[in-house]
Ligand binder design. Structure first.
Ligand code: URA
Length: 456
């Protein structure tokens, strides 16, 4: 890893400030002064000092809190103290947040981290991480309730999957295990069987049990063993047989942002409008060429109806004349495709790019025969997030949607995959960020292409 990133990860300073610090000659790596900000350091073995003080490389932190009643599971709140108020000040620079929520009056095991992907896997219904609660109810729970919990329950906004109810010798004291963590879920399930929860404490998350020596309000970092138990869940493969991968193109397989911005800006300027910053195009793309053109005209305060056809025609003409302009596959994608093919996984592309351009770009970048099916936009046909093109891909590959993974970098891709009934994987190397993919409901979110091989 680069030395400036190492310093930034250690919270010495921001990446930019770290570069300045390195250039002043106060940083040593394995005893040698290094002034090259891009010097490659091995974070597992390097001894890095700033002004003679050794840094301990730690990118992520994982903390177990025994949440007391009376505080909220949020980063900030106007009325109540937050769970972060119970965490030692020294962790604040790590940008920590709670993994999921416990109600204000609920106590017990809450994880606090700065590792978004880890948090996602603990909460994802797909990973089936059961959360175990100890509950005291107002009236005795009964044998008959066990079956009702096991059958799952329908609520207005969600279906609770099968839950486990365990009676104890005291009929008002029970253990309940649920796989999701919807708002007030335990209390609502108990209410459904005609009782109320008087006291609730979470005692385990998957294989991780609360450390009973922690008093309410106390916290500690997870041990390596505890973390390994949870990481095994994070790395768990999809538990169904996957026969095909359906990829989005722009921002997933190929980095086309420079090309899109180039042809977009050429068309704008030719029609008397202003070029827009390349980075802004990351927000404009994702919904197909028509919406892109509308968005770049809107950003120019232009009359969309009056100018759409001309700008669109110039955009198309530019792109069709030079479909490979400043475009290449993301690092690791070619290797990923080769390995998937070796595993006999069928490959398709499903893009909102015009069909002819999509075929051209893919043929020239990846060669003939890598993809078994390519689906671009054909005039008049619905675009993503409508499931049509993804379903066409599944049919052409002779697999069911359940046997497909849909992989993409935007909320539109995740919605497409979901609408088509496919497992969805969001990728972070493209145009959008973790929050967008998470909010869209991506079941998995990966940082680099090879992680996909570990999942399927
Ligand atoms: N279910 C609830 O009802 N409350 C919690 O705090 C957690 C799960």
């Amino acid at each position: 890893m680069r030395l400036d990133k190492y310093l930034a990860d250690c919270n010495v300073a921001s990446r930019r400030e770290s570069k300045k610090i390195i250039r002043t000659g106060v940083v040593t790596v394995n005893g040698e002064v290094v002034e090259n900000t891009g010097e490659n350091v091995d974070e597992k073995t390097a001894v890095v000092c700033v002004n003679g003080e050794t840094l301990f490389y730690k990118r992520f932190v994982y903390i177990m809190l025994n949440k007391p009643a009376g505080c909220v599971s949020a980063r900030e709140d106007k009325r109540y103290p937050t769970v972060l108020d119970y965490i030692d000040e020294s962790y604040k620079p790590f940008d920590i947040f709670p993994v999921g929520r416990l109600d204000v009056d609920t106590e017990g095991l809450l994880l606090i981290t700065n590792d978004g992907k880890f948090a996602h896997s603990m909460l994802s219904p797909n990973k089936n991480v059961y959360k175990r609660y100890f509950a005291v109810t107002d009236r005795p729970m009964e044998e008959a309730d066990i079956e009702k919990f096991a059958a799952g329950m329908e609520f207005k906004e969600f279906t609770a999957k099968s839950a486990r109810l365990e009676l104890t010798e005291n009929p008002r004291e029970v253990y309940i295990e649920i796989a999701e963590g919807k708002y007030h879920q335990v209390k609502r399930m108990v209410d459904r069987v005609g009782k109320a929860v008087n006291y609730l404490k979470r005692v385990a998350i998957g294989p991780l049990k609360i450390d009973e020596t922690l008093a309410p309000g106390e916290s500690r970092e997870l041990t390596d063993e505890e973390l390994a138990l949870l990481m095994a869940i994070k790395e768990k493969k999809m538990d169904k047989e996957i026969k095909a991968c359906v990829f989005d193109l722009d921002g997933t397989l190929t980095n086309t942002i420079n090309a899109i911005a180039h042809f977009g800006n050429e068309a704008l300027v030719k029609n008397g409008f202003n070029a827009l910053p390349v980075n802004d195009y990351k927000r404009y793309v994702g919904d197909g060429r028509k919406v892109l053109i509308e968005r770049i005209l809107r950003a120019n305060n232009a009359d969309i109806e009056a100018n759409y056809d001309a700008v669109c025609a110039d955009y198309d003409a530019g792109y069709e004349a030079d479909p490979l302009y400043d475009t290449d596959a993301y690092e690791g994608i070619r290797t990923l495709l080769t390995k998937l093919k070796k595993r006999k996984i069928k490959l398709a592309v499903c893009t909102n790019k015009p069909d002819n351009v999509a075929h051209d770009v893919i043929r020239q970048i990846f060669g003939e025969g890598v993809f078994d099916f390519i689906s671009g936009v054909i005039d008049g046909q619905p675009t993503k997030p409508a499931p049509d093109s993804a379903l066409r891909a599944a049919a052409a590959l002779e697999v069911t949607p359940e046997e497909c993974v849909f992989i993409g970098d935007t909320n539109v891709d995740i919605k497409t995959g979901k609408n088509a009934g496919m497992t969805t994987v969001g990728v972070l190397w493209g145009f959008r960020d973790y929050d967008e993919l998470n909010e869209a409901g991506a079941e998995y979110i990966i940082e680099n292409p090879k992680e996909l091989l570990d999942l399927i």
